[in-house]
Design a protein around this ligand. Structure first.
Ligand code: ZN
Length: 194
C-alpha cells in the first residue's frame, strides 16, 4: 500500500479550501505497522514565497510526521469510515435513481437528486471532522515546537545557547555552519535571487 497523505484532500482544492501556504505541500505517513519512513513533499512554489510562509509550511508538514511518530495523529474512527462509506453508497444510489427516472421519461428527478446531494454533503462532513482536527493539531505542534525558534529572537537565543566553545569553533569542525555564516549565506542567496 502506498503511503497516505496526512490530509486526505491536501491536494484537492475543491474538497478542502486550504490556506495558500500549504497548497501543494504534503506529509506522507505510513499506516500502522508500515516500515516505510514518513516523507514530506514541499511544493516548489515555496521558493517564491516569503521566508516566514516557507518556514511555517515546512514546520507544519514536519509536525504531521512528529505527531504520527508520537501517536497523537487524529484519524477517522472505524464508525466514521463506515458511516462515510454508507453515505457514498447512498449518494451513488440517489444519482443512479435520478438517472433511471430521467432515462425512463420521468420528470421527478428532484427527490433522488436532493437525496444524493444530501448524502454527499453528509459524507463530506463525516470525514472532514477528523481531518480538520489533525490539521489544527499539526498547526498547534508547529507553533509549539517550531514557532519560537523561527523568530529572530529565537534564532538569537539558539545562538547564545550554543555556548562559548561551540560558538567559537571553526566552521570546518561544526556539524552546522556558524549562525553568522548561515546568515551570510542566506543573504547572499537572497541577493542572487533578487
Ligand atoms: Zn497539514
Amino acid at each position: 500500500m502506498p503511503l497516505q497523505p496526512a490530509g486526505r484532500w491536501t491536494r484537492c482544492p475543491f474538497w478542502r479550501p486550504l490556506p495558500v501556504r500549504r497548497q501543494g505541500s504534503a506529509a506522507f505517513i505510513g499506516g500502522p505497522g508500515r516500515r516505510e519512513p514518513p516523507r514530506v513533499r514541499l511544493a516548489i512554489k515555496l521558493l517564491s514565497q516569503a521566508p516566514t510562509e516557507r518556514a511555517w509550511t515546512i514546520a507544519h508538514e514536519l509536525s504531521h510526521v512528529l505527531r504520527a511518530q508520537e501517536g497523537t495523529r487524529v484519524r477517522p474512527s472505524r464508525a466514521r469510515l463506515v458511516a462515510g462509506a454508507a453515505l457514498i453508497a447512498a449518494a451513488v444510489l440517489g444519482l443512479a435513481t435520478a438517472g433511471y427516472v430521467a432515462v425512463s421519461g420521468g420528470t421527478d428527478v428532484g427527490v433522488p437528486l436532493t437525496a444524493a446531494s444530501g448524502a454527499a454533503t453528509g459524507m463530506y462532513l463525516v470525514l472532514l471532522g477528523p481531518d480538520r482536527a489533525e490539521e489544527a493539531g499539526a498547526d498547534a505542534t508547529a507553533a509549539t515546537v517550531f514557532g519560537e525558534v523561527l523568530s529572530a529572537a529565537g534564532v538569537e537565543r539558539m545562538r547564545r545557547d550554543e555556548g562559548v566553545l561551540v560558538r567559537y569553533a571553526p566552521t570546518g569542525l561544526r556539524t552546522h555552519p556558524h549562525p553568522a555564516a548561515r546568515r551570510a549565506a542566506g543573504l547572499a542567496a537572497r541577493s542572487i535571487g533578487d
